[in-house]
Design a protein. Structure first.
Length: 479
């Protein structure tokens, strides 16, 4: 059975204006950054409409985001990837080392992105084919519950050959029962079918055997030239050698159903087709977000030691960003059309401290603005995943109704701005700590307030965060 074609989400409706509008649902402010990424995404759609000879010449314009932590750099990139269904990977520049040093080489980010793409496409294909797999589950479960009761097995082939390879017909509840006439077995099977559909057999135990065979494409022994890939290769090789072995498990019917569905889906999906589609998506739509790019910038005069290592990492990133072929266990991936978004606070270094070649690979620069009290207020209220909504829903699970009045929200917002000004500016992350400190006692004693309605006022905020308000030295306890 061939699986249906899996294509990327329809991007036609995602005009730059629509992209910004959707990002506004989760991220407050930062219109310049949203506009830049919206145009970059739209240009990808435009490029795919061009003739092949022109299309191959147009590479994405990579973006460098500059701004303090907690202002939305990572969230913008993550939400953008979700909007278009593109394979997305967030990495930290400081995790990589120059070729020849112990650590991860920069090519591993492409291998990781390809793994993400493969898993996304596989999950989509499985979801589309789940209904077909579920149709076979009922018969397989009945075969487990009543071995030998399937008339198709008797007419077409021996029962053991017709059963799925991942199941074992042995059932301790029925193995010792004497053989029944065909008519009785058929009636019994239909009776069990009805009970199965009504959920009356969910806790009955059956014995299944799961084949531990490796899924997905195999990998050449030294394809990646990386010690982590070598370990992965040896593990895959071990799995292939022992792939024919199976492990018997005594599970409930409910658990057996999930095992059977998973095995059926693995059988119905062609790993090569998953790999080809994943590779296409990664090459044409992949997005890599490189955080903390400022940490590998070489400040001032270039010296030795760590400066050499940092500059080496930058030079290793160059061919990946510009466009090169990277070996992965899923095949060779061309990085020419992958969109790279780099971000950094640049509080100590400057973008000009990056080597000129790397600066040129990120032609679009966007400066994100620091958040003020009004921004904090909107963050608490407006996004779909607003903080106040999160905390009120959490406490509502224990029967506590929490309401914040406007004065309390304004007080928290101004307090967040004040502490960010006094101490390190950590952006919207300051609100998480303020909310935790504010509701700490209530969260601890929530069971004692079940059925009550608690109103959070400005006085309540001042009382529970008075140390921050009264003494600047104590503000160090607010991260």
């Amino acid at each position: 059975m061939s699986e249906p074609d899996v294509s990327t989400k329809n991007l036609e409706e995602l005009t730059p204006r629509e992209i910004v509008s959707r990002l506004d649902n989760y991220i407050i402010g930062q219109h310049k950054a949203k506009k830049a990424v919206a145009i970059a995404l739209r240009n990808r759609t435009r490029r795919l409409k061009l003739p092949k000879e022109i299309r191959e010449e147009i590479a994405p314009k990579n973006i460098l985001m500059i701004g303090p932590t907690g202002v939305g750099k990572t969230e913008i990139a993550r939400r953008l990837a979700k909007l278009c269904g593109a394979p997305f990977l967030k990495v930290e520049a400081t995790k990589y080392t120059e070729v020849g040093y112990v650590g991860r080489d920069v090519e591993s980010m492409i291998r990781d992105l390809m793994a993400v793409g493969y898993n996304v496409v596989k999950a989509e294909m499985q979801e589309q084919m789940k209904s077909s797999a579920e149709e076979k589950v009922e018969e397989a479960l009945l075969d487990l519950l009543l071995p030998g009761s399937n008339p198709k097995q008797k007419n077409d082939m021996p029962p053991a050959d017709n059963l799925p390879a991942f199941t074992d017909v042995t059932n301790t509840h029925f193995a010792e029962q004497p053989a029944a006439p065909a008519g009785d077995m058929s009636a019994t099977r239909e009776k069990f079918r009805q009970m199965l559909r009504e959920g009356k057999l969910e806790e009955r135990e059956v014995e299944v055997s799961v084949n531990r065979r490796p899924q997905g494409p195999t990998m050449e022994i030294f394809a990646g030239g990386n010690i982590e890939d070598l370990e992965s290769t040896m593990m895959n090789l071990t799995n292939m050698i022992s792939g024919s072995r199976s492990k018997k498990k005594l599970v409930t019917v409910k658990e057996a159903r999930e095992i059977i569905i998973a095995e059926q889906l693995d059988k119905m999906i062609d790993p090569d087709k998953v790999c080809d589609e994943a590779k296409r998506r990664v090459e044409q739509m992949g997005i890599i977000f490189i955080d903390e790019i400022d940490k590998i910038a070489v400040r001032g005069e270039r010296g030795g030691g760590q400066d050499v290592s940092r500059e080496g990492v930058q030079r290793d990133i160059l061919p990946i960003v510009e466009g090169s072929n990277v070996n992965t266990k899923y095949g060779v991936v061309d990085t020419t059309h992958i969109l790279f978004i780099a971000a950094g606070a640049f509080s100590v270094s400057k973008p000009s401290d990056l080597i000129p070649e790397l600066q040129g690979r990120f032609p679009l620069r966007v400066e994100l603005e620091s958040l003020n009290a009004e921004d904090f207020r909107r963050i608490l209220l407006e996004p779909k995943n607003a903080l106040i909504k999160q905390y009120t829903e959490l406490l509502a699970t224990e029967g506590v109704t929490v309401k914040f009045n406007d004065d309390a929200i304004n007080r928290m917002s101004s307090l967040a701005e004040e502490v960010n000004t006094r101490m390190e500016n950590i952006g919207a992350r300051r609100l998480h700590t303020i909310m935790e400190n504010l509701l700490e006692d209530l969260s601890f004693e929530a069971d004692a307030h079940a059925g009550e309605t608690i109103e959070i006022t400005a006085d309540y905020v001042d009382e529970h965060l008075k140390d921050v308000v009264q003494d600047q030295d104590l503000s160090k306890y607010i991260l």
